[in-house]
Design a protein around this ligand. Structure first.
Ligand SMILES: [Zn+2]
Length: 417
């Protein structure tokens, strides 16, 4: 017995030693990684104030590179930070007093943004960058209530560069020149753009148990991409494949630049009627099919505003008969796709009543790319939230949807011949 016991002890000792060594190695590695890290970290934040003024304090581990700007409709103050990780806890930045809302997050690979929405017009009275102990930095912003005229004056003074977060915005919508009607499209190529709704600073809806729409849509699109491995002849393009902000017009532009044959935008929003659940499918229309669809489109279209973007009236600057023609034809294709999804989901995936609805969703505005938006379910409903975060449900739904899209693709290619 005894030798056996000793051997046992010996094994435990060496196991313990190995564990210590592993821990030590990973500790040393993480120290190394930290040292190499160039990203600044905003590790703490605070807002104090009343109905007249607010003081905003943000602490950084290095000197921050930042820009403070104003935006109107609604009035907002925006802080853009280069290479900064916003690591403070959510509850540290809660809106109070003259601030009606605070949101923050990633805008692009190297930029983060904090948006302070104002209950009343207010301007920055003072801003300071203080050096604290241990070479850390504190940004202090004092905001005071003002007249709308004062706000408008500082708004006018500022130099706001063209939205940087929109990679294809510069070439913008080339008026009319690239609109095509189906006669020009007779190849066997079929380009499908998958659009995971929201991302980065724009989290989208939040479930009652904490699920976040931008994660649900990204997971769904990733699985959908996998589901297409079974099918040939479909070229896939994703508007985003990470937690990244992207404006609605940039999403549309990606589809247009790719001369895509179809854009599918995935969402899972939240609505006031908590009992409502099930998937619903949307296509574009100037006139909404019903109030429900209209409200949903309004909420979706707010995305860019909430992320602190300038909203140009981009969508309608493509005008003319050619656009109308393309749009009408595109609309037909969009409706066919939407109805097919409804048919294929029936009896398999729970659907909202009248599941194909219409409204003015900005992400569906490409005049030459048939576009469909799918609300997978509603995060405001507990049962839906559970399903939406369930990998099994996701697998089933993505497989059904991939099949549905592939049938549509075959029909379109057949018609082209
Ligand atoms: Zn959404």
């Amino acid at each position: 017995m005894r030798p056996n016991l000793i051997r046992h002890k010996h094994i435990w000792q060496s196991l313990f030693l190995t564990l210590c060594l592993t821990l030590l190695t990973s500790f040393v590695q993480s120290i190394g990684a930290l040292a190499q890290e160039t990203t600044n970290i905003a590790y703490s934040a605070r807002v104090v104030g009343d109905n007249e003024r607010a003081r905003i304090l943000i602490d950084f581990n290095k000197e921050p590179i930042f820009k403070i700007r104003y935006l109107a409709n609604p009035n907002r103050i925006i802080v853009d930070l280069e290479q900064t990780k916003l690591a403070f806890a959510d509850e540290q930045l809660t809106a109070r007093g003259i601030l009606s809302d605070i949101r923050y997050g990633i805008m692009s690979e190297d930029k983060s943004r904090i948006i302070f929405s104002l209950k009343t017009p207010a301007v920055l009275e003072d801003q300071q960058l203080q050096i604290l102990e241990g070479d850390t930095y504190r940004l202090v912003m004092d905001v005071s209530i003002s007249e709308q005229d004062d706000f408008d004056a500082v708004l006018k003074e500022q130099n706001w560069e063209v939205v940087e977060t929109n990679p294809s915005n510069d070439e913008s919508v080339e008026k009319g020149s690239r609109i095509r009607v189906s006669e020009n499209k007779n190849s066997d190529k079929f380009v499908l753009v998958l659009d995971a709704g929201h991302g980065g600073i724009d989290g989208g809806a939040e479930g009652r148990n904490g699920a976040i729409e931008k994660d649900i849509t990204l997971d769904f699109v990733n699985d959908l991409q996998k589901a297409f491995e079974e099918y040939d002849g479909i070229e896939l393009l994703l508007t985003r494949d990470s937690d990244q902000f992207m404006s609605l017009s940039a999403r549309v532009q990606i589809a247009r630049d790719a001369e895509a044959d179809l854009l599918i935008s995935i969402h899972a929003d939240s609505i006031r009627q908590r009992s409502l659940r099930g998937a619903s499918i949307y296509t574009l229309s100037r006139e909404a099919s019903d109030e429900f669809a209209s409200n949903l489109a309004d909420a979706e279209n707010l995305t860019d505003v909430l992320a602190g973007l300038h909203i140009e009236d981009a969508p309608d600057d493509v005008t003319g008969i050619l656009v109308d023609l393309a749009r009408r034809e595109t609309q037909g294709f969009s409706d066919v796709m939407a109805d097919r999804i409804v048919d294929d989901f029936k009896g398999q995936i729970r659907l909202l009543n009248n599941p194909h609805r219409r409204a003015g969703f900005r992400v569906l505005l490409a005049p030459d790319v048939p576009s469909v938006l799918i609300e997978l379910g509603f995060l405001s409903n507990l049962t839906d939230e559970k399903l939406l975060t369930d990998p099994k449900w996701r697998e089933k739904t993505t497989k059904l949807l991939a099949k549905s899209i592939s049938e549509y693709q075959k029909a379109v290619l057949r018609d082209r011949k």
